[in-house]
Design a protein around this ligand. Sequence first.
Ligand code: ZN
Length: 240
Amino acid sequence: MDDDTATTDRGPARNAVLKQLPQQELARVLARCEEVQLGLKHVVYDEGKAIEHVYFPLTAVFSHVALVDGQVAVEVGTIGPEGFVGLPAFLGTTRSPNAVFSQIEGASLRMSVEALHDVLRGDGALHRALSRYTQAMLLQLAQNVACNTQHTVEERAARWLLMTADRVGSLTFPMTQEFLAQMLGVRRPTVSLTAGVLQTAGLIRYARGVITVVDREGLLDASCDCYLLLREEFERLTQP
Ligand SMILES: [Zn+2]
């Protein structure tokens, strides 16, 4: 994703799942969608609760988190314009196994679960696109498990910042240290130390709740290989 896409394209083509649909099927989907603007930390799914809507993010980014004792333990997946929020509904279940909330505020196209099933009944392009996205998400979940146990907090933080910049389509985005700590499953002082190391190395700038990636190549070097591995697989699996 180019860094200037955020300003040049905010239409449905910005979503990689919708982008794969031929015009007629895209029109059927769009006719059943409404655009919604969701603020930071807006909860779209509660753990174990019924799913009423699915979302095609345009500029919004969502976090799919695992809870332990009712608290966010760690982020298990990130979903932005490359994807779709609502795989359990696509796969035929009615409840969300995990909590999902917005990590970056922005626009999404929202559709009811009934409308999704109506469109899917044709077993057409949306079905194929969501099947490929399911495969990409399974890979992301598996890689995140390996990454969380094998790679350092610094490598994981660099990877998370790169992934978020890709999804937002900008090298600057709002982010609190508290939130980053939650996403990485570490304590706040650890994330503070890590952000300090990345900042001192001249890779990022962090001020007043806004992260700026100053040296993207340097951040790439600081990140574990999971970043490029997942990026390449997502590009391969979400191409038309
Ligand atoms: Zn990793």
